[in-house]
Design a protein around this ligand. Structure first.
Ligand code: NDP
Ligand code: 8X3
Length: 251
């Protein structure tokens, strides 16, 4: 039997890319999205050897682009069984009174509005089929505030809140909604947060072993592969050396 179709947003790097690789290894059919088409194409070329892959390149902040992208799916790719809302970022790490307001807009538009646009567009197909699973990537920053984390942390708190709200509203349709909330994961996240400053980007992971994208991918796989009567609402996954957002044991 053909395995279900899984759409992963932000599959061009980090957690999304690692999830694409792991789910391809498990034989799921994949729709991979992101803004960097060269990376999508490279990933597709590699993974197509083991599973069918379809890519769509769009900016998740743009509602029209999101809607057009989903409308444009070829007939064999329309029945999305699982949506992994992973695309997201932190832009800057600044005190509230000094932060760049463009950074705030980028985080709110990507982490919140992007997640909402694509979920709202994909959900009707799941409702029609009476089954589906939406997995939102939250963060330890969605559980705790930390200094200079202000708006990033607020978007991830909102992801937590929205996941609960979506789960309640989707209950009557038999659609599962889950959140996976990681601590420090070594991806391009810090490089993006610090706008390409490689020295600053190494600092969060100094003297400790962070999670890898693959570690989070395995948590996502666990959620996806539960039987129909089981839904993992929320999975907080941390490096062993991290006990809280800023509580890290460094060698
Ligand atoms: P990466 O920077 O490695 O990957 C981020 C992904 O999001 C990329 O594929 C990027 O693709 C995509 N993305 C960003 N902006 C947009 C956009 N406007 N439109 C479409 N896609 C976009 O970071 P991570 O893998 O670490 O981050 C993935 C998720 O995990 C995020 O939601 C992040 O908040 C969360 N997270 C990360 C943690 C960490 O420590 N790394 C910890 C907890 C949560 P492209 O640039 O090609 O568009
Ligand atoms: C990313 C983890 O601690 O940098 O969500 O906010 S943290």
């Amino acid at each position: 039997m053909e395995k279900e179709i899984i759409l992963i947003t932000g599959a061009t790097a980090g957690i999304g890319e690692a999830t694409a690789v792991l789910l391809a290894e498990k034989g799921f059919r994949l729709i991979l999205t992101g803004r960097r088409n060269d990376r999508l194409e490279k990933l597709k070329t590699g993974l197509e050897k083991i599973t069918p892959v379809h890519t769509i390149c769009f900016d998740i902040r743009n509602r029209d682009e999101v809607f057009r992208a989903i409308d444009s799916l070829p007939s064999g790719w329309k029945n999305i069984g699982v949506l992994v809302n992973n695309a997201g970022l932190a832009a800057g790490l600044d005190f509230f009174d000094q932060a760049d307001i463009d950074d705030w807009e980028q985080m709110i538009d990507t982490n919140l509005k992007g997640l909402l646009f694509i979920s709202r567009k994909v959900a009707p197909g799941m409702i029609e089929r009476g089954a589906g699973h939406i997995i939102n990537v939250g963060s330890i920053a969605g559980r705790e505030m930390y200094e200079r984390g202000n708006v990033y942390s607020a978007t991830k708190h909102a992801v937590e809140a929205l996941s609960s709200g979506m789960r309640i509203d989707m209950l009557r349709h038999g659609i599962k909604v889950s959140t996976v909330s990681p601590g420090l994961v070594e991806t391009e996240f810090a490089l993006v947060r610090f706008k390409g400053d490689t020295r600053k980007a190494k600092e969060p992971y100094r003297g400790m072993v962070p999670l890898s994208g693959r570690d989070v991918a395995e948590a996502i796989l666990f959620m996806i592969t539960r039987p129909p009567h089981v839904n993992v609402h929320d999975l907080l996954i941390m490096p062993s050396a991290q006990a809280g957002a800023l509580i890290v044991h460094r060698e």
